[in-house]
Unconditional design. Structure first.
Length: 630
């Protein structure tokens, strides 16, 4: 009986060997796949962390340099006031200097006498305020030879009443070396924070400045927001003059770990600190990491399926057909769950043997969903049965080319189609034997993203107008069209008069509001077919095409000048006398190409500035009879 059982034992041993071989091969392959995937993810993650280190070091270094220059300017103000005080034995009338705009930054000087009372200030109403009880006054009174002292943030008094204030103070001695008083320069913390750029900031990233050693003076996060949740939970320690390190979430109020970098200023007891959250450093890598894991998971599924099917095929020949059917069913499940539409089509030939139509032999559920028909209604039907004649002919022409070339792909846009989902699609056709395998992938989101990026690249974000890049791209073509049509093109170069004064006295937010108002004024002053462009700062251009006469350009320039002089858009800045100086250059009268036309218009604008502003000038020569001045 034992010899009859021997073949069964061999079969069992063969089955065991087959299982072990397939299992070992699959395990080794999966180990390589997952090992490589995880190693790649780890390498990329480490590279992103190193990039974050370089980014945060750069931010700290740049902010420290900007901060040093700003504090140096404040220190220079204190030294100037102290020197004038020592030289003249009495403090200057700082209010007069402030009225004459001697200080163009939001810094506010004051002189404090030996009795602790303000004897001179940028604001007359502050004279006489008693500052003698404040720490900085007692410190300077008791410490001869002390230099500039930077004090912690406190609540201001006098002209700074109710505001968070940083005071920069310096002792003043008389000619005999005795204590004569204290020079104080005050500013709001936001002035120091405004120096850093928040380009590429993410939520939780920050830059800040602290006394060293000492408390936080000011910090900001993305969008110039004061966000205390992003700052240190306790008093941080910064070893060395500069450095970078990884801090755990326990170091911060919001519990988020960060890479921080710091740089202590050489001349002042300040430290510039920049922080980048680990989440923001790795955020952009999330989709790539997910893709790697998805590919590894799909590979795992494929390897396991192949190992399983191969092992079963070797162990049981009788089950091959059932196993093949199971694999096909699994493939159908994977195909039907895919995001891509999949078709198998075969040609239908006429009596002469030419391809006249195609039949849909197979498709997945995604393909049926795109067509708006059930899968059962598509299988076995020809293009003629499903699509209108014009669409059918267009499809047949494409697949005939694919049939001849064996491979063809393109991108197509479907708009208002009754039998297909609308959007952008990538179509790929591969000939297999006498049939064609077709995949259709929806790329609408990618196309819309491309269009958005292209529009942003040629749009000024502040005013919504086309920018200098748009003008550089568009102007040469406009001149070519004008040359072919024997027409004229005018370029108006516009500069806002007194814009810098508004920026300096009312701040950049007011300046930005003025630029937006100027954009609206320009668009209403010119024709709807004319192009208004902001080329930078307070400079705009107006491109006027299809002109019959040079005088027409002067008329438009006159309208622009008049619009600025009379528009209600600038009522808020009436005291600043906002007007426009306009230079006019014409093609081909004044220039032979785009670059020369822009230069000539710029020169004409400067001629308008020289002529007294608020007017326009043509290229060279005196003003024409059409020149308007308001």
């Amino acid at each position: 009986m034992d010899h009859l059982l021997e073949p069964d034992r061999d079969a069992i041993r063969d089955k065991r060997s087959t299982v072990l071989l397939w299992t070992a091969g699959a395990a080794l392959l999966l180990l390589a796949v997952w090992g490589g995937t995880l190693a790649r993810i780890a390498h990329d993650t480490e590279a992103l962390r190193e990039q974050a280190v370089r980014l945060v070091e750069s931010r700290a270094r740049i902010y420290a340099e900007q901060l040093r220059r700003t504090v140096k300017e404040i220190d220079q103000i204190s030294l100037t006031v102290a020197y004038q005080w020592q030289t003249m034995a009495v403090p200057l009338k700082l209010a007069d200097q402030y009225e004459k705009a001697m200080h163009h930054t939001p810094t506010y000087p004051a002189a404090i006498g030996t009795d602790g009372k303000i004897v001179s200030s940028w604001r007359e109403a502050s004279i006489g305020l008693d500052m003698g009880g404040m720490d900085f006054f007692r410190y300077h009174r008791d410490h001869p030879g002390a230099g500039l002292r930077i004090n912690p943030v406190s609540v201001g008094v006098g002209g700074m009443a109710g505001k968070r204030t940083i005071r920069f103070t310096r002792r003043v001695d008389d000619a005999r070396g005795r204590f004569a008083g204290v020079v104080m320069v005050s500013t709001e913390p936001a002035y120091l924070a405004s120096l850093g750029s928040d380009d590429a900031f993410s939520d939780g990233d920050f830059i800040s400045v602290r006394l060293h050693p000492g408390p936080l003076l000011v910090a900001k996060t993305v969008g110039d927001r004061e966000n205390p949740a992003a700052y240190f939970a306790g008093q941080p320690h910064f070893p060395g003059r500069e450095g970078v390190r990884q801090d755990s979430g326990a170091s911060f109020v919001d519990g988020m770990p960060r890479t921080i970098a710091w740089k202590i200023l050489d001349d002042y007891p300040l430290v510039a600190v920049a922080g980048v959250t680990e989440a923001s450093a790795l955020a952009a890598y999330g989709p790539t990491r997910s893709a790697y894991l998805m590919y590894a998971s799909l590979t795992t599924l494929v390897v396991l399926l192949v190992a399983l099917s191969g092992g079963i095929a070797q162990m049981r020949n009788a089950e091959r057909r059932r196993k093949a059917e199971r694999v096909r069913a699994t493939f159908r499940l994977a195909v039907d769950g895919a995001r891509e539409a999949f078709y198998m089509i075969e040609p239908i030939r006429d009596a002469a043997g030419r391809i006249a139509d195609y039949r849909i032999e197979d498709c997945n559920e995604r393909a049926a969903e795109m067509s708006g028909l059930a899968r059962e209604r598509l299988l076995g039907r020809s293009f003629s049965d499903v699509y209108p004649e014009s669409v059918k002919q267009w499809l047949v022409a494409f697949y005939n080319e694919a049939f001849e070339r064996r491979f063809l792909e393109d991108e197509l846009q479907v708009t208002d189609a009754a039998l297909h989902q609308t959007g952008w699609f990538h179509r790929r056709a591969v000939r297999s034997g006498d049939g064609i395998a077709v995949t259709l992938r929806d790329i609408t989101e990618f196309k819309l993203h491309q269009q958005t990026l292209a529009k942003l690249a040629v749009t000024d974000t502040l005013t919504g107008l086309p920018n200098r890049r748009w003008l550089d791209d568009y102007l040469p073509g406009a001149l070519d069209r004008a040359r072919s049509a024997r027409k004229r093109v005018a370029l108006l170069f516009i500069d806002l008069d007194n814009f810098k004064h508004i920026n300096d006295t009312m701040g950049h937010a007011a300046g930005d509001e003025l630029l937006r108002a100027a954009a609206v004024c320009l668009k209403t002053a010119v024709r709807g077919s004319d192009h208004v462009v902001r080329i930078g700062g307070d400079e705009f251009t107006v491109l006027v095409e299809n002109l019959e006469r040079d005088a027409d350009a002067e008329l438009i320039a006159s309208q622009v000048v008049g619009a600025f002089a009379q528009s209600t858009h600038f009522a808020r800045w009436a005291a600043a006398n906002v007007k426009a100086s306009v230079g006019v250059a014409l093609y081909p009268t004044h220039a032979a190409d785009a670059a020369q036309l822009l230069r000539q218009a710029d020169l004409a604008m400067y001629a308008a500035k020289t002529a007294g502003k608020g007017c326009y000038r043509l290229v060279a020569g005196p003003a024409s009879p059409f020149t308007a001045t308001y």
